[in-house]
Design a binder for this molecule. Structure first.
Ligand code: NDP
Length: 608
């Protein structure tokens, strides 16, 4: 942890009396709350949704996928995943004339996380003008600043239609294995529907948050009531749709486990409909204002060419802590950074790095105090309010934004069961047990998030076999190995899109937008040069590993954080969600790639 000066030596404007709080005391409280939550089992506390738990991954929308004949075809590229990353890859390939492709997708449609996460209240937390991809290309303007799931899904379907991708999609299909055939210089891709696709290129875009995870507490399988994960919402049971109308819950005692960004959106809607809602909390979320509003169409019409990328990049620069002239998005995501800049400005450039880190810490605590004060203002019962106050840095966990979440705890039918940082004790046939008290339920909903930090190939649920029969799961057994986050030595013509040692932005769309552009350049170069293969050298890959494995600022910040999926549940093992990324941030990463492309020599790659 950064060492700041003792409170007694703070300059006037950082004096506890003037600040209104003692930063040293806040730091102590954060460390205390973290210590309560640290646990030896880290990611092993969760059970994988296989075997007896496999039904938690079933698609409630299409129990029996339509029959189709197995394909045996040659194609230019196979893209694994039809979410935002896969769609953008397909669009950029389309633009360079690579249109003979197949998109293999486990779900019944495009959309990725927005196909699966249809829980009531599901909504975009990042401003829709930068989160929804290809707005200029499609001419679409989102109806609200933070649109809801149906509109996001419809937009992704629009992209699919506009670029003719439906004809190239293999839905309800899982990729089993992709094997490199050296003599043919082709990937032989096999699926669970019996397809054999011979492809020149394979693009993996399996997404970072797609495998539900469940708490590995005793008795989880014994629950006899209805239970499901938020990403597989069962409207057949609850009634209604993403907007509400959950009439099936009217006479039910509903329990929700988890208080992350998903629960923050689900709770207000379930609270309105359930007979009784009990929320089981281990760690409270940061919940800031949402401040949604309909889009001002006159403003939208005034936007000039290139506006979306400019806005997106501006957001990512601010979120990376870089000074900008104007905050274009200017919402609650960027609040902290505005505050930090203001505090840092007081001392100017003369401050040492250590001093600047301390000032950033002050800004973080100040923001935390605002969030805690908001809880106290909204939640009427002071005991409940106290439990809902988060005591950790703003970027330790993914913050939430909502104008009805905290208000839900003022309802007579809503109860908060705080587990004091320990988590639920066990589950029985009809209850969730905390501190020896059984809370009886008819319906149990797991808002417990998604697998991260486990082996990439385990999460991708397939195998990729490269040159000389080497499996990617073996090559990556001690962590990913890539060059620039796109390719691995020994796996020619196989590309990765997503959080694979790349430039990671808080807006995921920014990351995959830049990646898809670069991917199209790489594949375009193979074609333009009349080459068979593209593959990174072992030396280039090793140099990239050295770069991305050196901890960046967010990783260092995470080391003192309360456990979350960002830091492998407090393990800081180097394989977490925010690890293995370009240390200078996403904007710098894509600017570096731009310069690399301009150089024209494809340094680090062998193209032959
Ligand atoms: P998270 O992983 O963020 O949250 C899981 C929750 O389950 C946490 O509150 C966790 O507590 C709790 N939990 C886990 N185990 C136990 C246990 N044994 N007992 C009690 N509680 C337990 O998952 P979410 O689905 O909420 O969010 C995942 C991500 O999805 C977000 O971080 C965000 O990136 C994305 N998302 C994006 C949205 C958007 O608008 N774009 C909207 C919603 C989600 P603890 O905190 O103590 O670990």
């Amino acid at each position: 942890m950064t060492v700041g000066p003792a409170a007694s030596t703070l300059p006037d404007y950082l004096d506890p009396k003037i600040l209104g709080f003692d930063p040293v005391e806040v730091r102590r409280r954060y460390a205390h709350e973290r210590a309560i939550r640290l646990r030896a089992d880290g990611n092993d506390q969760f059970v994988e949704v296989t075997d007896d738990y496999a039904h938690f991954e079933d698609d409630p929308l299409s129990q029996s996928p339509p029959p189709r004949a197995a394909l045996e075809i040659e194609t230019d590229a196979v893209i694994l995943g039809g979410g935002i990353g896969g769609l953008l890859a397909a669009v950029r390939l389309h633009e360079i004339g690579v249109t003979d492709i197949r998109i293999v997708e486990h779900a019944g449609d495009f959309g990725g996380v927005w196909y699966w996460n249809r829980y009531p209240g599901a909504q975009c937390d990042t401003e829709s003008y930068i989160y929804l991809p290809l707005l200029e290309e499609t001419g679409y303007i989102p109806s609200e600043r933070y649109v809801h799931q149906p509109e996001i899904l419809a937009h992704l379907q629009r992209i699919g239609r506009q670029y003719g991708l439906y004809e190239r999609a293999l839905f309800h299909t899982k990729l089993d294995e992709a094997q490199w055939c050296e003599p043919e210089a082709r990937w032989h891709v096999r699926t669970d529907r019996g397809d054999v696709l011979k492809a020149r290129f394979v693009i993996m875009s399996t997404g970072p948050l797609h495998r539900p995870k469940l708490p590995g507490v005793p008795g989880i399988r014994s629950f006899g009531g209805k239970s499901f994960h938020t990403s597989r919402w069962d409207y057949g049971y609850t009634g209604g749709d993403t907007t509400g109308g959950l009439t099936g819950l009217a006479d039910k005692r509903v329990g929700i486990i988890g208080t992350g960004a998903t629960a923050v959106q689900v709770v207000p809607v379930v609270a309105r409909h359930a007979g009784q809602l009990t929320l089981f909390q281990r760690t409270p979320s940061y919940v800031d204002e949402r401040l949604n509003r309909p889009t001002d169409m006159a403003w939208a019409k005034s936007l000039g060419p290139g506006w979306q990328y400019e806005r997106d990049e501006n957001f990512c620069l601010i979120m990376g802590g870089h000074p900008v002239e104007k905050d274009l998005v200017n919402d609650k995501w960027t609040d902290y950074f505005r505050l930090a800049m203001k505090i840092l400005d007081v001392e100017g450039d003369g401050a040492t790095d250590e001093r600047k880190a301390w000032l950033r810490e002050i800004a973080d605590y100040t923001k935390g105090n605002d969030i805690r004060a908001r809880v106290a203002r909204i939640v009427r019962d002071p005991v409940t309010a106290e439990k809902l106050k988060p005591w950790y840095g703003q970027w330790c966990k993914r913050p939430g934004f909502h104008d009805e979440y905290l208000q839900a705890f003022n309802r007579a039918n809503v109860a908060l069961v705080d587990t004091g940082g320990k988590g639920i004790e066990r589950i029985t046939e009809n209850a969730v047990v905390v501190d020896g008290v059984a809370h009886e339920l008819d319906c149990l909903i797991f808002a417990t998030g998604f697998e991260t930090g486990t082996a990439y190939m385990r999460r991708s649920e397939c195998e990729v076999i490269g040159r000389d029969g080497v499996k990617l799961s073996d090559a990556w057994s001690k962590g990913m190995r890539t060059f620039q986050g796109f390719m691995s030595h020994g796996f020619p013509n196989c590309f990765h899109i997503g959080l694979t040692q790349t430039g990671v932005a808080f807006n995921y769309t920014y990351t995959v937008t830049g990646q898809a552009r670069h991917l199209a350049h790489l594949i375009g170069q193979v074609i333009a040069r009349g080459a068979r293969t593209m593959e990174p050298t072992a030396a280039a890959e090793a140099a990239w590993l050295d770069l991305v494995r050196s901890p960046g600022p967010l990783r260092k910040y995470q080391e003192t954080c309360t456990p979350s999926y960002f830091n492998v549940e407090g393990k800081n093992s180097g394989q977490g969600f925010i690890d293995n990324q370009y240390p200078a941030g996403a904007v710098a990463f894509f600017r570096m790639l731009e310069a690399w492309r301009a150089q024209g020599d494809l340094a680090g790659l062998v193209v032959e």
